[in-house]
Design a protein around this ligand. Sequence first.
Ligand code: CTP
Length: 415
Amino acid sequence: MVDDARPATVLGGKHLVLGVTGSIAAYKAVGLLRALRAQGATVSVVMTRGATKFMPPLTFEVLSGHRVVTDLFEAQDAMPHLTMAEEADAVLVAPATANFLAKAALGLADDVLTTMLLNVRCPVIVAPAMDGDMWTHPTVIQHVDTLRARGVVVLDPEVGPLASGRVAQGRLPTEAKILEAAHAAVLSPADWQGQRVLVSAGPTQEPLDPVRFLSNRSSGKMGYAIAEAVRDRGGEVVLVTGPCAVPPPSGVTIVPVNTASEMADALSHHFSSCTVLIMAAAVADFRPRVTAVEKLKKQGKSEMELVLEATPDILAMLSARRTSQVVVGFAAETEDLLSHAKDKLKGKGLDLIVANDVKQAGGGFGSDDNAAVILSATGEQRVCGLMAKRQLADEILNAVRDLCLMAPRGASLVE
Ligand code: CTP
């Protein structure tokens, strides 16, 4: 995997709340606001009463393009703390005073900022600034520990000259460090950068005649979630998709197909230029041997026999043809999940298989959630309980990254 090289507008589409509290370092929040905006974020600023003594709200209002909220009772929105908490991808408090740390640690809610903190469920980053003796005071240390234990990212202040003239630890962390923490909080890791990933999704439709076809219940949601996750993690995606009701993700190359044979052709075409194949499509195993040119007529018949022929096993075919590609399959099962999945892993020569009980309550075809067991050719097993398909997609990518892309691939250990 290569280094992170994200675009300049890395925070595009992200909304941050910038909390400014009453420290002499409040003027530095202006630079931070400008940097966040330059990186594409929209920012709402909340100021405590103390902060307004150091900086006029108007400065932040002009630079953020949003009204600055300073008072719970004077805001235009009756419940600014709720609205902002809902919209935020992250809350950044910079500078944060010792008083703010104490209130946040104790859950006090006597201003907009601390009230909002009790409502947010997004990441919270706190950049303290205070005199050195305050930072090392046992009470402050205790409050910082409480906040960190609760998952709040409290950055360490810098050592340097302080407003008092002394040199100690208490300066606001650098803008670069605060931005880095914001990136870590709101962006997916770019750990798939440099990978070109071929993903298949959805069902195939095998025509009987111009108006009828054989198909299955696949919604395409799992494959689409994988394509989306690869894209978000910096990879390039070619998505070969059967007909689905849900819209495919943006920012990926889409190749629409209908039949198993069209899917085989499209995947074969792109396979050699890709580094990973993830075969989430529910390919029909059989198709009508003959597709009628005209609509089939009843002609008074009381029954009808269809003759089906096997479709190509695309996954097995591509796996046999691979040069250096990592090949990942799915196993859709209704019984003996693990033993069937292991047979497919070995039989199709895969690196990894995602075993999926399609009868499981709350998961499977059509659902937004899924559960799976990820099995590798080298014998590892990761159990993923019922979770959102997008979350499962990230777990699958983590497994491919850890077990196949970073580890040398060896002989199959699966019995
Ligand atoms: N697959 C494929 N081509 C087919 C059938 C399946 O590439 N003609 C792929 C699927 O995309 C999946 C894996 O093979 O990644 C396993 O598919 P699944 O339907 O679970 O199993 P099958 O191999 O079709 O076997 P069975 O129907 O007997 O369970």
